[in-house]
Ligand binder design. Structure first.
Ligand code: EPU
Length: 302
C-alpha cells in the first residue's frame, strides 16, 4: 500500500514520523519472506494517537511490526502500511532492580546490558531474536523462564481506547506464548523487576543456554523460530521428527534438518510455499497423532 495523498505525506514529518516508501518486509523479517508496503517509523510515543487518527480518517489500514522474528507475511503488494517504533536513546534505564526498557530495544542487548549491571533472570532469552515489545506481546520464553514473570508495568497504545495507557503487571495475564493484550495493542515500554545476581553467575547461565540452543536449533538459517506451539504434554518438534519430516520441502520452504519445529527459508521461499508446508505438516500430525497444532508464529494474511 502506498501513501500518495500529499497532505498526509506532508503531515508525517510534522509528527516526527519517517516514511520509507515501498519497503520490503522480506528485509525486515527473520524468515526473509513478505511483500512491499510503506513503512512508517515512529520516533516519539506521544504522536501515536494523532498518527493513528490520521491513518484512520484517511482509511489507511495499518499493522504494527516489532523485530519481525516471529512473523510470516504474505507476498506481493501488502494491503496495509506498517508502523515500527524507533528505539529511544538510551533505550534501557536501570533503577535498582528495575529496568525501564523501550519496546523497540533489542531483546538480546537488553539481557546482556542488565547482566553487566548484575541483574539476571532472563538468561534463557539470550538467543531469542527480536525486540522487547515483541517478546512481551508473545510472552517469549525458553529454558524454563518467560519474560512475563518479570513485568511490573507496561506502557502501551490501546487501539480500542485510542490512547496510551499504563498497565500494572497484575492487570496482564501471561500464559504459555500468550498474553491478555489485544491484537491491536502496541507495546511502548516496560518496567521489569530483575533479581540481583553477579555478572559471572549470569554469564554462566547464558553460556549453558547458548550451548543448548546451538546444539538443537538452526541458528544460521532464516527462520521464525518454532512454527507451532507445543500442545499440552507433547512436543511439536518431536512429533514432526518422528514422522520423518525433517527436510520436507515446498519450494525453498523446508523443515529444518536440525529441529523439526523450525521451518527455514532455504533460498527464495514465498509465503505461499511456507503456508503450504505448514498446512501439510499440520495435517500429517493431525492424522498420525490426533493433535491439532496451533501456530506459534504470527501470520499476517490479507
Ligand atoms: N525433539 C526431537 N526432534 C526435533 C526437535 C526436538 O526429537 O527435531 C525433541 C527433543 O529431543 C526434546 C523435545 O523434543 O526431547 C523438546 O525439544 P526442545 O528441547 O528443542 O524444545 P522445544 O519444545 O521444541 C521449546 C520452545 C523453544 C525454546 C526451547 C528451549 C516452543 C514451541 N518452543 O522448544 O522456543 O527455544 O523450548 O526452551 O515452545 C520459539 O518459541 O520459537 C522457540 C524456538
Amino acid at each position: 500500500m502506498r501513501i500518495e495523498d500529499p497532505k498526509i505525506v506532508a503531515a508525517l514529518p510534522e509528527l516526527g514520523v519517517e516514511l520509507r516508501p515501498g519497503t520490503s518486509l522480506a528485509d525486515l523479517t527473520s524468515l526473509g519472506i513478505g511483500g512491499n508496503t510503506d513503512l512508517l517509523r515512529i520516533k516519539k510515543h506521544e504522536v501515536i494517537p494523532d498518527l493513528l487518527s490520521l491513518l484512520d480518517t484517511n482509511h489507511i489500514p495499518h499493522r504494527f511490526l516489532g523485530g519481525g522474528s516471529n512473523l510470516l507475511v504474505i507476498d506481493g503488494d501488502l494491503p496495509w502500511v506498517v508502523l515500527q517504533l524507533v528505539a529511544s536513546d538510551p533505550d534501557i534505564v536501570l533503577e535498582g532492580n528495575f529496568a525501564l526498557v523501550d519496546a523497540a530495544a533489542d531483546l538480546g542487548r537488553t539481557v546482556t546490558y542488565c547482566a553487566k549491571n548484575d541483574l539476571g533472570g532472563m538468561e534463557g532469552l539470550i538467543g531469542v531474536p527480536g525486540t522487547v515489545g515483541g517478546a512481551l506481546r508473545m510472552n517469549a520464553g525458553a529454558y524454563g523462564m518467560q519474560i512475563g514473570s518479570y513485568v511490573r508495568e507496561v506502557k502501551l497504545y490501546r487501539a480500542a481506547q485510542r490512547r496510551i495507557e499504563l498497565l500494572r503487571g497484575h492487570q496482564i495475564s501471561f500464559e504459555y506464548r500468550h498474553t491478555s493484550f489485544a491484537p491491536d495493542d502496541m507495546m511502548l515500554s516496560v518496567k521489569l523487576e530483575l533479581p540481583s545476581k553477579s555478572f559471572k553467575e549470569i554469564l554462566q547461565g547464558i553460556r549453558i543456554c547458548n550451548e543448548k540452543r546451538r546444539a538443537s536449533q538452526p541458528l544460521g538459517q532464516k527462520s521464525a523460530g518454532c512454527i507451532f506451539k507445543n500442545p499440552p504434554g507433547a512436543s511439536a518438534g518431536r512429533m514432526i521428527d518422528e514422522l520423518g519430516l525433517k527436510g520436507l520441502s515446498v519450494g525453498d520452504a523446508r523443515v529444518s534438518d536440525r529441529h523439526a519445529n523450525f521451518f527455514v527459508n532455504a533460498g527464495k521461499a514465498s509465503a505461499i510455499d511456507m503456508h503450504a508446508l505448514i498446512a501439510d505438516v499440520r495435517e500429517r500430525v493431525q492424522k498420525n497423532f490426533g493433535m491439532e497444532l496451533e501456530n506459534e508464529v504470527v501470520f499476517w494474511n490479507a
